[in-house]
Design a protein around this ligand. Sequence first.
Ligand code: GAR
Length: 208
Amino acid sequence: MIRITEPGRLRLAVLASGRGSNFTAICQAIDEGRLDAEIVVVISDKKEAPVLEKARNRNIDHYHIALQDYPDKAAYEQEIIKKLQAYDIQLVVLAGYMRLVGKELLETYKWKIINIHPALLPAFPGLDAQQQAVDYGVRFSGCTVHFVDDGVDSGPIILQRVVEVLPDDTADTLSERILQQEHQVYAEALQLFAEGKVYLKQRKVVIK
Ligand code: GAR
């Protein structure tokens, strides 16, 4: 069994591709004393991602690193790693980072990369998870905080929250309610790391 982080204030990196509402929720949890952490750097693969502006407004170092500026994904991830290594971080937090994480990042930050996915994994991995849930007709969906491994949303599960799917739900209305849960559960999961309570036993997460 391995302990993922020792107790103490977490230094976090956030990787995000879009609007950054999970980034904001994590910042608020820190501001309100619910999460003993600091986001020290934000990296986005999208130049216009609102998350970069949000990081700027909070005086958090932020960078745009674009895949298309590098010969291949390995070189792109090497650049991300170079940036991250300057910050002495404990965890890499994916918050709407809409790319598969490659070998370079996975090997450098083994079991240190976590993600939030808007479904109850292992149901509905990949893109458009909320639409998948509506189309399938499940009565319940939700969100999952999990470790990132080399599969698609397949890593060990840390925490989950259930959200009821209502008869008239569209992907948009369901996404909105799931997002409210995401904002709470991500900060709660991170706080478990800050308390040194998260262990990995083969593919199972143990919270002590
Ligand atoms: C969130 O719903 C998150 O779960 C999802 O993207 C959204 C990002 O929102 N992530 C994935 O689907 C990853 N596979 P945000 O930019 O407002 O945090």
